[in-house]
Design a protein around this ligand. Structure first.
Ligand code: NI
Ligand code: MN
Length: 226
């Protein structure tokens, strides 16, 4: 599967020719200054939770591209009130068959207030299964025992996990998460963007290498085949 990083926790995966964008936060990311947010195409936008650093560019990209936004019921209502009506509400535990494959929403241990203080519902992770491969995006989360359920839903080709510490798990906990989800190919997100989450790349990658795993830390704009 073709993976592209747009910085922070924003990335896209292409499945069956559909471009699926996650947690768009580009305009306010100084590390993604070189990325033209108005040139990003999307058929779907998945939002793990309501925090500004995951939805800041959602409305502009959704209104320009017409992408379907998949998110919590509370974010769906909030978006509908702002004129974004091509939305699909979900909640943890639920799954849905889309035209590219199936998505199961799983627990993330985090919070989820909207930028204006509205309640954003539960934060979520997503398990994607498709004919072209399976992957898990945990969203912002602590390491949690619930991750042990993921292998019951899918044998993963890769997973996308936060490694920045302070607001989420760090790389050390992400190694344990990789064991829980039984996946050796991990893409790190949610690091370096702000002072609170700057990490030592070599240290983080070494932790994974010691366990026979790979941690990819693509730069904003960089693509990977996973
Ligand atoms: Ni967050
Ligand atoms: Mn975040």
């Amino acid at each position: 599967m073709h993976y592209t990083s747009y910085g922070h926790s924003c990335f896209s995966v292409v499945i069956k020719g559909k471009k699926i964008l996650f947690d768009p936060f580009i305009t306010y990311n100084e590390l993604a200054r070189h990325i033209d947010v108005d040139s990003i195409e999307a058929d779907y936008i998945f939002l793990s939770h309501a925090h500004e650093d995951h939805i800041a560019d959602c409305i502009s990209i959704a209104s320009r591209t017409g992408a379907k936004v998949v998110c919590s019921f509370e974010i769906h209502v909030w978006l509908n009130n702002k004129g974004i009506t091509n939305t699909h509400p979900m909640n943890t535990g639920g799954k849905w068959n889309f035209d590219f494959g199936t998505v199961k929403c799983v627990v993330a241990q985090h919070s989820s207030g909207l930028p204006d203080g509205s309640y954003g519902g539960n934060p979520m992770g997503f398990v994607f299964t498709s004919e072209e491969g399976n992957f898990y995006y945990s969203g912002d989360t602590a390491l949690t025992l619930d991750m042990q359920l993921v292998p019951q839903y899918a044998t993963l080709s890769f997973a996308v996990l936060p490694v920045g510490d302070n607001f989420t798990m760090d790389a050390k906990d992400a190694v344990q998460a990789a064991k829980f989800i039984q996946c050796r190919k991990i893409v790190g997100v949610h690091y370096d963007t702000f002072g609170f989450i700057k990490i030592d790349h070599a240290w983080a990658q070494q932790l994974f290498a010691e366990e026979g795993m790979q941690l990819f830390l693509p730069a904003p704009g960089e693509s990977l085949e996973l």
